[in-house]
Ligand binder design. Structure first.
Ligand SMILES: *Cc1c(COP(=O)(O)O)cnc(C)c1O
Length: 407
């Protein structure tokens, strides 16, 4: 059995150890859900206070210029860009991931006249599939779903866009971005990658993969806070042709000319629709800066070793428990998912012990390992708790089986 002392030794040798104190986590909690809502960086409240009292309270409307509010979507986008292999000017922080998917799917369809199919996989994150369906209901798109192993065969002359999630939210399986992008391009289609479970946790190189578009969440591994603005990427080669349907005034070339006719801003700025949420962007900026300071390479290395450590601890303590995530850490995101018929109740029993993971319908128990602030002792304790919960049957209580609105 792997011992607690061994876990502590690994924490002592962890090069990311000092960064853990940059996050404000409650005592008595082992937080394995940073892939769903990232932890609070210690610097965020101070920054929010400064934005609220100084920039808003004192600066008032002058802060659009004086505090750089108007540039925040592009500035924060530029900070996210190197984390996903994009160049400055190719990423913008705005709206939600869902809304950005809508804009980019519509833009991609407009770039492939005569083709209407948007290809994705069944079991993709719901909002991705629903957004395609929404455009289908408007007569603009035709949704086609094919399992990943059949994607290549489903890429025919009707496909305008391939929309895939890089790291699957349920299983953690990571797709080969370069290979799938190449296959789509060979068929004349464009590609939109959803990086919600990738950005800030796994290596992403949009440029090397020759990706066309991408979106991702600000509140997961980027620690931007609940409902943080998302990000959207458009390869520079598509900027001139990009036409998205939410043609709001903030995406206009000259918003303050107040003209009657829309003309898009150059570059990714045309993805803006309405006034940017400055408070949300301020919190996101702190989260992104924190991740950038640690560095993606160090985060990826830690994530791989840490999830392997947890996998080994769980294998010892819960020998029959089925791992649904890939065995190879290079083929998965920073999470491990297990299958159990009573996953929901087990998850609740773990939360009662202070181990916060989550449950994904119908039978998935998901543990996210945000490498910036989760340590080996956390992983050891979580595996130990899981072993005890399973062995004791303590999950078998009505209160643990009751479903909440948000799981
Ligand atoms: C979390 C997540 C989203 C969330 O989209 P929102 O618009 O922020 O609610 C989208 N796609 C994937 C793959 C996700 O994991």
């Amino acid at each position: 059995m792997i011992t607690l002392a061994e876990a502590r030794d690994r924490d002592d040798a962890d090069p990311l150890r000092e960064h853990r104190s940059c996050f404000d986590l409650p005592d008595g909690v082992i937080y394995l859900d940073g892939n769903s809502l990232g932890a609070l960086p210690r610097a965020t409240p101070g920054r929010m206070e400064a934005v609220l009292r100084g920039e808003w309270g004192s600066g008032l409307i002058r802060s659009w210029n004086d505090a750089g509010w108007i540039d925040a979507p592009v500035r924060v986008g530029d900070r996210i860009a190197p984390l996903v292999g994009a160049a400055p000017g190719e990423v913008i922080a705005c709206d939600s991931t869902s809304v950005n998917i809508f804009k980019l799917v519509a833009a991609a369809l407009a770039m492939r006249p005569g083709r209407k199919v948007v290809l994705s996989e069944p079991g993709n994150f719901p909002t991705d599939l629903y957004m395609i369906a929404g455009l289908e209901a408007q007569g603009l798109a035709e949704r086609r779903l094919a399992p990943v192993e059949h994607i290549a065969a489903a890429l025919d002359q009707d496909v305008a866009l391939l929309l895939l999630t890089h790291v699957h939210y349920k299983t953690g399986r990571m797709l080969d971005m370069a290979a799938l992008t190449h296959a789509a391009h060979e068929a004349g289609a464009l590609v939109l990658w959803d990086l919600s479970h990738s950005a800030g946790a796994v290596p992403v190189d949009l440029a090397a993969a020759n990706a066309d578009f991408a979106v991702g969440c600000g509140y997961k591994y980027l620690n931007g806070g609940p409902g943080a603005p998302a990000f959207a990427y458009v390869a520079a080669r598509h900027h001139a042709a990009l036409a998205q349907p939410l043609t709001g005034w903030m995406g206009h070339v000259a918003p303050f000319a107040f003209t009657d006719d829309y003309a898009p801003a150059p570059g990714v700025k045309r993805l803006l629709a309405g006034t940017p949420p400055i408070l949300g962007l301020a919190a996101l900026e702190v989260g992104v800066e924190q991740i950038a300071r640690i560095g993606i390479a160090a985060l990826v290395e830690k994530s791989r070793v840490l999830t392997e450590f947890f996998r080994a601890c769980v294998a010892e303590r819960c020998p029959g428990l089925e791992l649904v995530s890939p065995d190879d850490p290079a083929q998965r995101g920073s999470q491990l998912s297990y299958r159990h018929a009573e996953a929901h109740a087990i998850c609740q029993a773990l939360i009662a012990r202070g181990v916060i993971g989550d449950f994904r319908d119908p039978d998935i128990l998901r543990f996210g390992f945000a490498p910036a602030y989760i340590g080996y002792e956390d992983a050891w304790n979580a595996a130990q708790a899981l072993g005890e919960v399973l062995a004791s049957g303590e999950w078998d209580r009505a209160e643990f089986k009751a479903r909440a609105a948000v799981t």
